[in-house]
Design a binder for this molecule. Structure first.
Ligand SMILES: [Zn+2]
Length: 259
């Protein structure tokens, strides 16, 4: 598995070798230096932007057991004042346990919603405190503060400290990897992204989600857009028609959701 540490070491050795050749054996054309630098930056950009690359850290994106037709639902960016209760009602109606990756600042003023999630058997996980547009540029101590702040909020309200973290925007960096390791959290991604926060075309969202459902899948939705309910209805119908069972993330990937 190609990781950031390995590729950085290989890149460093290659550059050193080229410099030695250039200065001690025969002069090289400057283009010879540009290609490895470009290649390295493309690799880092790819590894950082692909949640399932395991480039900076290990991220759970699906179950290893692909023999059972089990999948899990996850919701990001809440709690939301109006949409989260609709999602909770829908989950209750269908007796499904889901995972909510909550933003710390969104919990403030909506503590009762968090308590409802917990009492109805859902997992509450960490999705940073600010979900800042600049989160991926933060240093590890600032990221650590964000994750600790959200975990403390949840622990104060529910008595349980989340062990699961999903990076905002699905981007990973060396600083995120360091903070996650220091706080002993487990990073959780997805392998079916609904794009419900990006696309307004409900049919396309449904088509996309249903086409990608496979045994062991972790589905990503947002409990911040009302259109999630008809998408959930269609997903549920598809699962029922094709023999898929929706289980909790805890059961799907066999992890402890709280420290
Ligand atoms: Zn998010």
């Amino acid at each position: 598995m190609l990781t950031h540490t390995t590729s950085t070491a290989l890149f460093g050795m290659l550059m050193l070798l080229l410099l030695c050749l250039h200065y001690f054996i025969f002069p090289l054309h400057e283009f010879i230096f540009i290609f490895p630098v470009l290649g390295y930056f493309v690799l880092v950009a790819w590894g950082s932007s692909q949640i399932n690359s395991n480039y900076h850290l290990t991220v759970l994106c699906q179950s290893k057991d692909v023999t059972s037709k089990h999948i899990a639902l996850s919701f990001d960016d809440g709690p939301h004042e109006t949409v989260t209760p609709l999602v909770l009602d829908w989950l209750k109606k269908h007796e499904i346990s889901a995972t909510f990756f909550c933003i710390g600042k969104n919990i403030e003023g909506k503590e009762a919603l968090l308590q409802r999630m917990h009492s109805e058997g859902h997992i509450i996980a960490n999705h940073s405190y600010s979900h800042s547009y600049f989160f991926d540029f933060f240093g590890s101590s600032k990221i650590k503060n964000e994750l600790s702040r959200t975990n403390e909020q949840v622990e104060k309200l529910l008595g349980s400290k989340p062990a699961l973290f999903r990076p905002p925007y699905g981007v990973t960096t060396p600083s995120i990897a360091q903070a996650v390791e220091q706080l002993k959290l487990t990073c959780v991604g997805w392998n079916v992204r609904s794009m419900d926060g990006v696309s307004k075309n409900q049919e396309k969202i449904i088509e996309r989600v249903c086409a990608k459902i496979q045994p062991g899948a972790i589905l990503l939705f947002h409990d911040t857009y009302e259109q999630v309910i008809p998408v959930l209805d269609a997903t549920f119908q598809h699962c029922r028609a094709n023999g898929f069972k929706i289980v909790s993330l805890e059961k799907l990937v066999k992890i402890k959701p709280y420290v």
